[in-house]
Design a protein around this ligand. Structure first.
Ligand code: ADP
Ligand code: MG
Length: 694
């Protein structure tokens, strides 16, 4: 198997098996597109019935082609595809784009055909893109490969796109084209029977002229590969990622909180863990990509604002600050320079209001100062085109300063583009990312700042806990698996927590009221009594929780009442020390097939129920990530000293997150784990309810 995708993206010669003289057929359109894009290599139409297609000599079989062919399209009906893959193998073809649809997605017969052509491809070491896909485009002027049946003929640029959905891919490609932005490479890989999206991302990562990668995925066959390659590539360049279908997945029911809260966005967690920039709409994604394509990455979050009109800069500041940017004051040195160059009415500060009458001289000075200020990492410009100013000269200063690529610049450009054609063209040609709205420009800049944080981030280390006892957990899980038990009993769950040194309120199990009384006396009053049965998941819902019980007599009463009411055959009584009120937290874990587990953290009670104020991270959770999780819920301030109330022991909570991460990683049989609630105090933390589902 050849693992590089060069034959696919940089074909030296392309054959079209199933070339057609019918204008409105894929086998014709691909040839038309190759010609229109001025493909640099030879094109070989393959069709036994015709002599030529679009004026190019056709061959009866690919085996008749007199020269080497490294890439072939196959656009013939599914039953004939395996034989043609075989012929391509004999011919020495290295990569095949199967545009034809009607394989795995059509059921068993289609699946058999797919298996057949894949086996043949493997035998010859051929890589397959598709089936059921558009193909690739490479704008490298040395290649100009338009091996694709779509219609957007983008000019060379620095953004490379990979989309699982050809429809979404085509929309994004056209959007860049309409913005006047070039692209480097494009691919939509359809059914992805062989060449995967992660492999394509890696290929883009290695391509010197790709500055930003745009990824659209709906599902992942191999999330681990996606995650690992993602991490590797984001260290070098930004990956802007988007998915969809969150409402659909969100509708799936689950037995625990985390299922309902996380199910809808699991792909986004993968994006984040990989260091990709997640986007939830195509507009934001394309605007950010446009900026990445032409501007250097800022080295920090401090922005200098230049404006020649008041209002829009106020809107910009809101959005910039929301996006994590800071607007530092200018240095005295800068102010002295600007006092010389600016008009009297200018406001010499950050934002720097150069006023509407500012011309090229004022703008140039403003740009120079911002570029020289050490406490400024990026420049945001609000530029309206006053009819009494030579705007083209201003635009030329813009172009000059942008060319130096010292710091990134974005612009909110306010004009009538049909009238200020000259000015617009100067900005466009200089690659200045300009936008109609202040918010849009600010968001695009904020995305770059986020990437800078990601690329410099120390992700921390995965703690290895030496004080745990895996044997205990092994025995419990073995026993449960043999009994085909899905919900672990309270006794088992708390024993597992103990084995992993995850603190919980003291507890014991009683079979009857006598045992419960003596347990309560041993634990010390007050106590809590909970019904313990495999069939009961939410204990308080069925009246299976009684808190703050202060005497032996009451223990006896509670046990008898529960026994009479619940009647589960396996009913036991979980007696637990009653804990005084503390901050209620929730920590959960949920298995993600092929990836590990998703860990959730949040405040319990209404914070999770109503506000859904929770954060997620994929295992393994490092020390840094655990601390970050604590700090990133909206209610984070409530974990610190707040209105006279002492903060909680955050280090301990962070440790529990890491221990839970270790537990579910060591025992992948655990499907769901829920500590809800955990009571956290100033000096200690302990779980008072725990559940494990296998
Ligand atoms: P479930 O979630 O199955 O309904 P819990 O064990 O979480 O049952 O108990 C319900 C509520 O009772 C908890 O959210 C908590 O507020 C309170 N509670 C449970 N155990 C204790 C305890 N040991 N000390 C103090 N309060 C408790
Ligand atoms: Mg609970």
């Amino acid at each position: 198997m050849n693992n590089n995708l060069n034959a696919l993206f940089e074909p030296k010669a392309v054959a079209i098996v199933g070339a057609s003289v019918k204008e409105l057929s894929i086998g014709n359109v691909i040839i038309k597109n190759l010609l229109h894009y001025k493909y640099k290599g030879p094109i070989y139409p393959i069709n036994p019935k015709v002599d030529e297609v679009r004026g190019i000599k056709a061959y009866k079989s690919i085996l008749d082609v007199p020269c080497e062919v490294d890439l072939a399209h196959i656009v013939i009906p599914p039953p004939f595809v395996p034989m043609e893959v075989e012929n391509c193998g004999k011919k020495g073809v290295k990569a095949i784009i199967i545009n034809t649809a009607g394989f795995k997605e059509m059921g068993n017969d289609g699946k058999a055909l797919e298996d057949d052509f894949l086996a043949r491809a493997k035998k010859y070491g051929i890589r397959i893109l598709g089936p059921n896909c558009q193909g690739i485009i490479n704008s490298d002027p040395e290649i100009n490969a338009y091996c694709n049946f779509t219609f957007t003929f983008f000019k060379p640029g620095y953004i490379s796109v990979v989309a699982q959905s050809g429809g979404v891919g085509a929309v994004i490609m056209q959007a860049f084209h309409d913005m006047g932005i070039g692209m480097r490479m494009y691919v939509s890989n359809g059914n992805a029977s062989d060449i995967s999206i992660p492999e394509i991302i890696r290929h883009y990562g290695e391509d010197e002229n790709t500055r930003a990668i745009v990824v659209y995925v709906e599902s992942l066959d191999n999330p681990k590969e996606f995650l690992e390659i993602g991490k590797e590539v984001t260290a070098k360049k930004p990956i802007l990622a988007m998915t969809a279908g969150r409402t659909e997945k969100g509708a799936q029911a689950s037995r625990s909180h985390i299922g309902g809260l996380a199910g809808d966005i699991s792909l986004e967690h993968i994006f984040r863990k990989a260091g990709m920039l997640p986007f939830s709409n195509q507009d934001d994604l394309c605007n950010a990509a446009k900026t990445f394509a032409s501007q250097p990455i800022p080295n920090g979050n401090r922005v200098g604002i230049i404006t020649n009109t008041g209002g829009p800069s106020v809107i910009a500041i809101d959005e910039l600050v929301t996006g994590g940017l800071e607007v530092p004051p200018l240095s005295d040195k800068a102010k002295i320079i600007l006092k010389e160059t600016m008009f009297e009415s200018a406001s010499i500060n950050n934002p720097l209001d150069v006023v509407a009458t500012a011309g090229a001289i004022q703008f140039k000075s403003a740009f120079d100062v911002m570029m020289d200020e050490v406490q400024i990492d990026s420049v945001y410009v609000n530029f309206v085109t006053p009819p009494f100013v030579d705007c083209e000269s201003v635009a030329r200063e813009f172009a000059m300063i942008s060319k130096a690529k010292k710091k990134p610049i974005v612009c909110n450009y306010m004009t009538d583009k049909e009238k200020w054609v000259g000015t617009t063209n100067i900005l466009k040609e200089a690659g200045i990312p300009y936008f109609d709205f202040a918010e849009t420009a600010a968001k695009a800049l904020a995305a770059m700042v986020r990437y800078n944080v990601i690329r410099n981030k120390d992700t921390g280390k995965v703690n290895v806990f030496e004080d745990i006892n895996k044997d205990i957990v092994n025995n419990i899980l073995d026993k449960a698996t043999r009994r085909k038990q899905e919900v672990l009993t309270g006794e088992d769950v708390y024993s597992i927590l103990e084995a992993y040194k995850i603190p919980a309120a003291n507890w014991g199990i009683a079979n009857n009221s006598n045992e419960a009384v003596s347990l309560a006396e041993k634990l010390g009053f007050p106590v809590v009594i909970k019904a313990d049965s495999e069939e009961i998941i939410h204990k308080s819902d069925v009246g299976g929780v009684a808190v703050n019980i202060k005497s032996s007599e009451d223990v006896r009463k509670v046990v008898e009442t529960m026994k009479n009411k619940l009647r589960n055959v396996d009913l036991k009584f979980f007696v637990q020390k009653f804990m005084p009120p503390g901050r209620e937290l929730i920590i959960s874990a949920k298995k993600e097939e092929g990836l590990g587990h998703l860990i959730m953290f949040g405040m319990g009670g209404i914070f999770v129920e109503v506000y859904k104020d929770v954060v997620f991270n994929l295992t393994p959770v490092t020390d840094t990530e655990a601390t970050e999780m604590l700090d990133s819920i909206k209610a984070a301030p409530l974990l610190n000293d707040f209105r006279g109330k002492k903060g909680i022991d955050k280090a301990k909570v962070s440790e529990i997150l890491q221990r839970i991460s270790a537990l579910v990683t060591d025992f992948p049989a655990i499907k769901e784990l829920d500590l809800n609630p955990i009571f956290a105090y100033e000096d200690k933390v302990c779980a008072v309810d725990a559940r494990i589902i296998l």
